[in-house]
Design a protein around this ligand. Structure first.
Ligand SMILES: [Cu+2]
Length: 129
């Protein structure tokens, strides 16, 4: 019994320190970084491809993808995967429905691989200066 309680307590401690770390990361080192909600009120959707048009992104800015996770996902891919709507091994895949992704300098490519949505145009390139 005592061992079981100890295990639960140490697990809780890990959760707390991870949360503290996340807060620290948000407050430090990214002063001036902007947060963008992909698709604005409509979220990440089949009509998100043109959403980056006219916006000025910078490396370190954060994109928040909001969507229904049983309908969509977010897969970060390189140029080839993007062109072919193919998911390379090890591609970063997000599927929480509320995913924050920090932009790297250059082109950041995202697509949805559920229900052939990428082939239907659900993909976008975000260029960060
Ligand atoms: Cu989708």
């Amino acid at each position: 019994m005592a061992g079981g309680r100890g295990g639960a307590a140490s697990h809780a401690a890990v959760v707390v320190s991870a949360a503290a770390l996340a807060v620290a990361c948000c407050c430090m080192g990214v002063a001036g970084a902007a947060t963008y909600y992909v698709g604005d009120g409509g979220g990440w959707s089949l009509s998100s491809a043109s959403w980056p048009n006219g916006k000025q992104f910078r490396a370190g800015d954060v994109l928040v993808f909001r969507y229904s996770p049983w309908i969509h996902n977010v897969v970060a891919v390189g140029e080839d995967g993007y062109a072919r709507c193919a998911t390379p091994a090890g591609a970063r895949t997000y599927e929480s429905g509320n995913d924050a992704v920090r932009l790297a300098r250059g082109d950041n490519r995202f697509m949805c691989t559920r229900f052939y949505h990428c082939n239907l145009g659900m993909k976008m390139v975000v260029n960060a200066a």
